[in-house]
Structures are given as C-alpha cells and as structure tokens.
Write a protein that binds this ligand. Structure first.
Ligand code: F6R
Length: 248
C-alpha cells in the first residue's frame, strides 16, 4: 500500500482536503458531479475543517457535490447528538453550499423490517450517482473500515451489522456510558467501498499504529477488513508519524 507520512495530523488533513478539492474542481469544469464517500469519527474532523476554510476563503463550491456517508449507528435518531447526521451537519454540511438532496447518510431510525430494503436502495443510489469518485476512510482498532468488523467479506454490501466490543468501548466517549452505545450499525460493505475509484485512508496517533501495521504489511484477511485495501489499485494511506511508528 502506498503510504505518505506527515509530522502532524493537521498537515495530513490539509493534504487530504486539497486532494478532495481538486477532484471537486475538476468535475466542476466539465459540468459533472463529484461523488464523495465520507467518514465520521475523530480522524476526518481536520479534513472537514480545511474543506470549510476552502469554501469560505477560496471559493470552493459544493453545488456539484454528492455525498454518501459510510455508516450510521442503529438504532439512532437523526437529530440525536451522537448521530452521524448531526456530526456531518456540524463539521461540514451546514458550513458549505451543498444541496440537501445530494446528501446521503444511512437512516438509523428505520423500523427493523425496513432496513434490508433501505440498504439495497442505498447501493442503488450510489450506482445511479455514477459510483464514488473518492472514498475517505478511517480505521478502527479492530481493523474495521466503515463498520465492517472482523469477519466482513470482500464482497459484503450495505447492511445491518453488530459492532465489536472494542468498537463499542471506543465509542463510549461519545455516549457517556457504555450501555448507551448502540450495539449495531448500518454500514456500506467492504465490496461497496472497494468499488470507489479512489480511496484515501487516514490514521493519526499511536493508538492506531498496531492496526495500521496489519493493514499495510499484514496478510489480506477478513480478520482485518482494512487489509482488503491492499487489493485496490488506487488507494493512498495518509499517516502521521505516530500512526506510522510500527511500519517496517
Ligand atoms: C466512521 C467509520 C469508522 C471510523 C473508525 C475510526 O464513519 O466508518 O470506520 O473511521 O472507527 O474512528 P476515529 O476516527 O474516531 O478513530
């Protein structure tokens, strides 16, 4: 996997934002829409900050941008503080000129019997938008991408999944108490992610160093779903010096 290492997460985030901005502007020139796959969590916050700055200071418009978020907790009301809908509004969407109808986030508020149809429709919407141009990814300490926990196959698609115990523990900081963390999520599959034309994977901090090593240098296996990225022909891994610390 091609890896680029920055001294700080801030520098890595700026580089990623500029790469995304280039895609948006290139598509704009030809009158096309740029289709972005987006992640939540702590890792992309600096990317969204820089994209907002580029919108405010450097005329970057999101009028031609269509987005698909990777995942949402289940169950989750969209207006809850911990929802990924709320996260995306706060960190990106309400600060830029994206059209609300171009934003897609899995719906964590559906009754269980409607989830399977929703997931199939989500895949369909991505196809109809022309597929994802750039997919932004973080990595969980379980090796998950999206919420594709260990055991997720290469051809998995958008579906309801159970969260790993470690993922639930890591999410507790956002939910005050572990018992408040939803046990499940709706996530794009590994296969959905692998269809993106370009993938940008980012990881910051020493806590990610062991799993980053497995993703980059380990064997490709369902036990570390992020290792499937080794099979994608246009992926770039952006790390800070601490996340890269265990690479040989
Ligand atoms: C979030 C997502 C997850 C996170 C991962 C890392 O939409 O799909 O895979 O990217 O859990 O989370 P942070 O960035 O909080 O360490």
């Amino acid at each position: 996997l091609p890896v680029t290492i920055f001294d700080t997460p801030e520098e890595g985030c700026r580089r990623i934002a500029h790469s995304i901005a280039t895609t948006i502007r290139e598509k704009q020139k030809t009158g096309e829409k740029a289709v972005l796959g987006l992640a939540t969590g702590s890792s992309p916050i600096g990317v969204y900050q820089e994209l907002v700055r580029l919108h405010k200071d450097e005329n970057l418009s999101f009028r031609n941008v269509v987005t698909f978020n990777l995942d949402e907790y289940y169950p989750m009301q969209p207006d809850a503080l911990q929802s990924y809908v709320h996260f995306m509004q706060e960190h990106l969407f309400r600060h830029v000129d994206i059209l609300p109808e171009n934003v897609h986030i899995p719906d964590g508020s559906l009754p269980i019997e409607k989830v399977a149809d929703f997931c199939a429709a989500y895949e369909q919407l991505i196809e109809e938008a022309g597929g994802i141009d750039v997919q932004l990814l973080g990595i969980g300490r379980t090796g998950h991408i999206g919420f594709n926990e260990p055991g997720s196959g290469l051809t998995s698609h958008t579906r309801l999944v159970k969260l790993d115990a470690l993922t639930i523990a890591d999410a507790t900081k956002d939910f005050i108490k572990e018992e408040f963390v939803p046990l499940r999520a709706i996530t794009m599959g590994v296969g959905t992610i692998m269809k993106a034309r370009k993938i940008i994977m980012m990881a910051w901090g020493e806590g990610k160093a062991p799993i980053v090593r497995q993703m980059v240098e380990g064997k490709i296996s369902e036990e570390v779903p992020a290792s499937f990225l080794q099979q994608h022909e246009r992926v770039t891994v952006i790390l800070d010096q601490w996340a890269a610390a265990e690479l040989s």
